[in-house]
Design a protein around this ligand. Structure first.
Ligand code: NDP
Ligand code: GDP
Length: 326
């Protein structure tokens, strides 16, 4: 039975990846940072019904000694580094924390693997935010980067360190440049989930409006469940490499509102207003990925349409609010 270690296992992707690997017969271990609010720990893993099937180890990505001990104990065959301060907007308020966790944290993990389990295969969660102010209309693995936030700059550092460890130490280290991916388990502060949660509240009479920022921004949105399969596929290759993972379709926030409100039979224009509070100091106006390499080499392609994903998210948020009302 292969053994996987996932940092960020309590996040959206970590939960879906844990479920995916368990279905493949892996022993799944995860890094868990301690919280005073113990009752919400593992909520996403619980939602997917896998909380009691994973082994959680207390530790923080910034605590190298803990990471070293955990890698020593788990002896993983595959390491997925998904932990990060992942919210772009917050990265301007916490640039140093973001640099430490999202940037240096990846190097802690690379160091731990190099020192303790050098044969383990390593996955780094890179991001389409690294393309930022886009240099090509459709972004692929050869498109130059232009990060537009402390988050994106930190991810870029972690990305190049992954490439560097691969080239310097012959590590099987791969980096997935994933475009935005969402699900019912997406953090509530991200725009898609904020919208589907808003739709549910408005539909159930719990709210009358939803306040957003820049409605013109465009993103290439896929489903997290499809994207974790690509992470795994990268680590099954003989040769480590970097891959763009995207759907190849870009849609504005405005369009996503129309889809999500429309699913609930609501007119988004009657409920959405904008506020400067949700605008960013620098914006990534548009992202559109070319996942041709992943399709050719990994045989990967997305299975879920944006419409189906939005419907799934709205239904999940309706169910959550209905359950809370009871
Ligand atoms: P989430 O924000 O849902 O999850 C982040 C995870 O990192 C959580 O488990 C969180 O723990 C953990 N974490 C944060 N700080 C630390 C720390 N100091 N030590 C240990 N763990 C920590 O992100 P996603 O699941 O959406 O994304 C997974 C990865 O992929 C992230 O690195 C993200 O930046 C990247 N990415 C995501 C994209 C997306 O669209 N979702 C696109 C491209 C890249 P806790 O539960 O305790 O908060
Ligand atoms: P990101 O691409 O990782 O930054 O993911 P987000 O979901 O946080 O943001 C996607 C886009 O939606 C960005 O261009 C934001 O500026 C835009 N956006 C517009 N309104 C909002 C909002 O209220 N919250 C968030 N998070 N983003 C918003």
């Amino acid at each position: 039975m292969p053994t996987a270690l996932i940092t960020g296992i309590t996040g959206q992707d970590g939960a879906y990846l844990a479920q995916f690997l368990l279905e493949k017969g892996y022993a799944v271990h995860g890094l868990l940072r301690r919280s005073a609010s113990a009752e919400v720990i593992g909520e996403r893993l619980r939602w997917l019904g896998v909380l009691d099937r994973v082994v959680l180890h207390d530790g923080d990505l910034m605590d190298l000694s803990a990471i070293l001990r955990i890698v020593e104990k788990v002896q993983p065959d595959e390491v997925y580094n998904l932990a990060a301060q992942s919210f772009v907007h917050a990265s301007w308020q916490q640039p140093l924390l973001t640099g430490s966790v999202t940037g240096l944290g990846a190097v802690n993990m690379l160091e731990a693997v190099r020192l303790i389990a050098p044969k383990a295969r390593f996955y780094q969660a890179s991001s389409s935010e690294m393309f930022g102010k886009i240099q090509e209309q459709k972004q692929n693995e050869r498109t130059p980067f232009y990060p537009r936030s402390p988050y994106a700059a930190a991810k870029l550092y972690a990305h190049w360190m992954t490439v560097n460890y691969r080239e310097s130490f012959a590590m099987h280290a791969s980096s997935g440049i994933l475009f935005n991916h969402e699900s019912p388990l997406r953090g509530i502060e991200f725009v898609t989930r904020k919208i589907t949660d808003g739709v549910a509240r408005i539909k159930l009479g719990l709210a009358s409006e939803l306040v957003l920022g820049n409605l013109a921004a465009q993103r290439d949105w896929g489903h997290a469940r499809d994207y974790v399969a690509a992470m795994w596929a990268m680590l099954q290759q003989d040769v480590p490499d970097d891959y763009v993972i995207a759907t190849g379709r870009t849609v504005s926030i405005r369009d996503f509102c129309a889809i999500a409100f429309g699913h609930a039979g609501l007119d988004w224009q009657a409920h959405v207003r904008t506020s400067a509070a949700f605008m960013r100091p620098a914006e990534v106006d548009i992202l559109l990925g070319d996942a041709g390499k992943a399709r050719r080499k990994l045989g990967w392609q997305p299975a879920t349409t944006l419409e189906a994903m939005a419907a799934e998210m709205v239904e999940a948020d309706l169910a959550r609010h209905r359950a809370a009302q009871r």
